[in-house]
Design a protein. Structure first.
Length: 230
């Protein structure tokens, strides 16, 4: 699981470093920056049919701003579980928020099976190499309840070589370097190998920072169907 650990360490270093990049990393970790980096967040309760009785898992939660917002909008009975590999980031989870911090990696989730209703991976899968992504998807299917769903999104590769090259440079410079830029088809193929019962490519947006298109998939474990709109 070295790719997850490396990404977590780099994220931890970025928020502590001096200069413009460090200042940008600290700003983007604030709850106030959430609309810029995860514009669709406000629509997730409706799109995922989130309810107070659901158990939410955010893999690679960073500052915890996203699960904190969803908890505020939905009012979950149980605190959202925030999984992060970097201990310094866990210590900086959105203060005053009702979040359950768990240190670990997606490829070996420290959670019991069939315990999660909804899992979210925001800008995480691109930092996983192929083996880690395969293990992570299988682990996510294990911890999801029958009929539970997983929503993941990350930067999308472009067919235009010059534009794709610029996007990759921009992300490496101003965000965290990606090990893989995967198309919707590639992610869907990995999810199929992990035996998800339903795999849907869905539109996600708007994303204001950085202004690069994302690819998003909604995955469902077999079982009683939950309603999730696209």
């Amino acid at each position: 699981m070295s790719s997850e650990i490396d990404a977590g360490r780099l994220a931890s270093v970025r928020v502590r470093q001096r200069g413009p990049l460090g200042a940008l990393a600290r700003f983007l970790a604030l709850p106030a920056a959430l609309p810029f980096i995860n514009g669709p967040a406000m629509m997730l309760p409706q799109r995922l049919d989130l309810r107070p009785e659901h158990q939410l898992l955010d893999v690679g939660c960073g500052s915890g701003a996203l699960p904190a917002l969803l908890d505020q909008l939905v009012g979950f009975r149980s605190p959202p579980v925030c999984l992060e590999v970097a201990r310094p980031l866990l210590r900086k989870l959105s203060p005053g928020r009702r979040l359950a911090a768990v240190q670990g990696v997606a490829g070996r989730l420290p959670l019991r099976g069939s315990s999660v209703d909804v899992a979210i991976l925001s800008h995480v899968v691109g930092m996983m190499d192929d083996g880690v992504l395969e293990a992570s998807l299988r682990e996510l299917r294990r911890v999801l309840k029958p009929g539970g769903v997983c929503l993941l999104w990350d930067y999308a590769p472009r067919s235009d070589r010059r534009l794709d090259k610029f996007n990759r440079w921009f992300v490496d410079r101003f965000d965290l370097p990606r090990r893989r830029w995967r198309s919707a088809w590639q992610l869907a193929s990995e999810a199929s190998d992990a035996a998800f019962a339903e795999i849907r490519v869905i539109p996600m947006g708007p994303f204001y920072w950085p202004p690069i298109p994302r690819v998003a998939l909604l995955l469902r474990r077999a079982g009683n169907r939950r309603r999730a709109t696209s």
